[in-house]
Design a protein around this ligand. Sequence first.
Ligand code: ZN
Length: 100
Amino acid sequence: MRPICQNCSRTWTWWDVAKNSFNIRKYIVCPCCQVKQYPTSGTIKFDFVMCYAIFFVFLTMVIRLDSLIPPITVLVILFGCYQMVYPFFHRLSNTKEGLF
Ligand SMILES: [Zn+2]
């Protein structure tokens, strides 16, 4: 299920979310109504846990293996897979929510 704008109820496309996933701003402007949409606290927590898990796998492989090639390859693959599914777990809010 893709995110839905809480202002105009438009379902965002996968690309709408994916192209803004590298955005350093804390909000994404809805392409339909031009209103700022913020990630929910659940989305922020999920993103944090997933990035931490990917980094943990990378760090474990770096410690256990002599070469950096396999950990970097796995890091790129896992991060790429996460970027592919990220838009399906992204939820939006009209207001900026705290982490807790
Ligand atoms: Zn909208």
